[in-house]
Design a protein around this ligand. Sequence first.
Ligand SMILES: O=C1N(Cc2ccc(-c3nnn[nH]3)cc2)c2ccc(Br)cc2C12CCN(S(=O)(=O)c1cccs1)CC2
Length: 232
Amino acid sequence: KEKVEITKEQQALMKIITDAYNRHQIPQDVAKKLLQDQYSAEENFLLLTEMATSQVQVLVEFTKNIPGFLSLDREDQIALLKGSAVEAMFLRSAQVFSRKMPSGHTEVLEERIRKSGISEEFITPMFNFYKSIGELHMVQEEQALLTTVTILTPDRPYVKDQQAVERLQETMLDVLRKLCVLQHPQEPQYFARLLGRLTELRTLSHYHTEMLVSWRMNDHKFTPLLCEIWDV
Ligand SMILES: O=C1N(Cc2ccc(-c3nnn[nH]3)cc2)c2ccc(Br)cc2C12CCN(S(=O)(=O)c1cccs1)CC2
């Protein structure tokens, strides 16, 4: 049985990424607003839109801290951000959402999401996803690295130098794989389960694209940043 060991450089890389992941959080007042008094479907939708906008801002800031990201071709950096924005947002939302929230908060938030004009066909896979993320009990380093791996997906649309992105992603996958073995020694399949969540994320992202079309038809308003990153 080969001894799995995280090198000094990998340790440093993991610390940079995890610190950045924890440093960039959406302002809690935005999330708190969701918990306050009862709103109409439109107001709920508006709150989710406000929160999603903060999440995209947080994502951009976090991505700039990924070692090697800023050395990529500028246009490829944009292509990676646009290509991963929805997946990274859903991954972070699921991670925050499945964290131990004060009792009752999760139910209230679930209610608010249900009552925001999002159709049930999207709500079900969304909630299944965040429950499946919760069951993994990821440590924060795993959460940060999994989000990084999602952002560094080489086959996003319009990425020119896929090899450069692949090299970066492989560096992160290697650290994540070792971390999973060390953190979950009793579960050799844990790393594979984590990567399986990324497949579920892609499905959610397709649902999201379809929802955007129906939201547009019902004349839902989005912020300029969301219009830019979601191509609405
Ligand atoms: O809002 C969501 N939530 C609640 C949520 C998200 C994040 C934080 C939070 N707190 N601190 N840091 N993050 C708290 C509650 C949540 C939870 C789990 C999954 Br899976 C997904 C979601 C969405 C993500 C965005 N969409 S969306 O479809 O893109 C859309 C945009 C505009 C209108 S609808 C809705 C579902």
